[in-house]
Design a protein around this ligand. Structure first.
Ligand code: SAH
Length: 455
């Protein structure tokens, strides 16, 4: 039993961080989580929630500050659901991410002595994102276009977002004005009524090309030619404006139908020497600077000599496949989104790459089929979404026994689970390299090299 009382204030020493970046301390042996507190700090917290295994505190005062404490650069930090580590300096963020990966590998993967290199950070960690997705709503009778607040769908209407490209601020300002002046309705999540749902922007960092996607609950946007004029006037680098139709009553941002209102239906960008065409629905890494670092690492870990057959599973628009194609005999890319595979084929073509084959479908269905037909890989690269790889796929890889598996992951806990599975079935983890693709958030990307254990 604890004698901690709700709404009372306690002095707490912070000794750790949760995966979301909350400070962890103890009061009478009960763990307490405090947002905004850093290990090494002594703080005063009000207990706002207690249950059997932990309490939640609200930071009232920092009694002794950590040397890693930093002044947040954003006015709405703490309210906005986007960033969670702005109160820590960048080197402390990187250390937190490296430690988190190590801890996950131990706890979930039962992998004790794995080499985890220090996370590779960015030289300039601001305005690193090339893609913004702003929800549109109403507040006090006027349209707001911003970000969801922490754990809710209230929209925080900030003027600028310090991790997004500046162009995205200009775009949403134009759309906000357009909605207000033309009395266009905005979507209401509760009733499912109203038109404009989201504004998405994508910027090619190397080409400067901009795509704007207006997501609507309908098939038309009244006065859309006016919007096109204002947008292209305010942001001359806009090369594509797309109306995306999403009439579903759900949290999914984009619908499946696109209507091009202006320019092309794709924009182009480069990663390394490769040129990519990106359509509205395709996945494209949001931090292009670190993506290059990540892909170079994946290529290095793949250890190709030119004679290998390689699988690039969860290949998106074929970005990693093209990197691998430079040093492989043949690359098979597999991806479930049809538009992405169409882009991947086109991307291979515009880069003059002829040793890649792209297949649409779920990796856990396509790979067992290919393997059944006698197609085997010497090296396999996987880059799954947050939920990690399907067990059917992992088992097929165990049977196929490639020399190496390079696992690119955006979620250390499913990474640890899958590495644990493979480690018990004929593979060993050689090294893990975290790459910081998402400064100021608690997310971390990793590239891992596994190799087949020779009997
Ligand atoms: N390697 C790419 C994409 C990684 S994101 C890049 O670096 O850009 C993960 C991708 O996996 C997404 O494109 C998603 O559409 C795809 N995906 C999700 N589930 C899948 C499955 N079961 N089989 C194949 N692809 C899948």
């Amino acid at each position: 039993m604890t004698d901690i009382i709700k709404n009372n204030d306690y002095t707490v020493e912070i000794t750790g961080l949760t995966h979301e970046g909350l400070g962890v301390g103890r009061i009478n042996n009960l763990a307490i989580f405090v947002k905004g507190a850093i290990p090494g700090e002594t703080i005063l917290a009000k207990v706002i929630k207690i249950n059997k295994s932990y309490a939640v505190g609200k930071l009232l005062k920092i009694i002794k500050a950590s040397e890693n404490r930093a002044e947040p650069f954003c006015k709405v930090y703490g309210k906005c659901g986007g960033c969670s580590l702005q109160h820590m300096d960048y080197s402390a963020q990187l250390k937190f991410k490296t430690d988190m990966v190590r801890e996950n590998l131990k706890r979930i993967g039962k992998l004790e002595d794995v080499i985890v290199n220090p996370a590779i950070g960015m030289e300039n960690s601001l305005r690193y994102r090339n893609k913004a997705q702003f929800p549109v709503g109403m507040a006090d009778g006027r349209p707001v276009i911003g970000f969801y607040s922490v754990r809710s769908h209230n929209i925080i209407d900030s003027e600028t977002c310090g991790i997004q490209d500046e162009l995205s601020d200009r775009v949403r300002e134009v759309v906000r004005k357009f909605i207000a002046e033309n009395k266009v309705s905005v979507y209401d999540e509760v009733t499912g009524k109203g038109l404009v749902r989201h504004v998405m922007t994508r910027v090619g960092f190397k080409t400067g090309e901009v795509m704007v996607v207006i997501v609507v609950n309908g098939k038309k946007l009244p006065f859309h030619d006016k919007l096109v004029r204002s947008l292209t006037y305010a942001v001359p680098d806009i090369k594509s404006i797309v109306l995306n139709v999403n009439t579903q009553k759900s949290n999914v941002i984009l619908g499946s139908e696109n209507i091009t209102l202006f320019g092309r239906d794709v924009i182009t960008d480069y990663i390394g020497k490769f040129k990519f065409e990106i359509s509205p629905l395709s996945f494209y890494q949001v931090n292009p600077v670190q993506t290059e670092v990540l892909y170079e690492k994946a290529l290095e870990y793949a250890g190709l000599t030119g004679s290998e057959t390689v699988f690039d599973l969860y290949c998106g628009i074929g970005t990693i496949s093209l990197f691998l194609s430079q040093k492989a005999k043949k690359v098979y890319g597999v991806e479930v989104v049809e538009d992405a595979i169409r882009d991947a084929k086109r991307n291979a073509e515009i880069n003059g790459v002829d040793n890649c084959e792209f297949i649409v479908g779920e990796a856990e269905k396509v790979i067992p089929e290919l393997y059944g037909q006698g197609v085997k890989a010497d090296v396999v690269v996987v880059d799954p979404p947050r939920k990690g790889c399907d067990e059917v796929l992992l088992q097929t890889l165990v049977d196929m026994a490639p020399k190496r598996i390079v696992y690119v992951s955006c979620n250390p806990s499913t990474l640890a689970r899958d590495l644990g599975y493979l480690s018990e079935r004929g593979f060993e983890v050689n090294k893990v390299q975290p790459v910081d693709m998402f400064p100021y958030t608690s997310h971390v990307e990793c590239v891992t090299l596994m190799s087949r254990v020779e009997k």
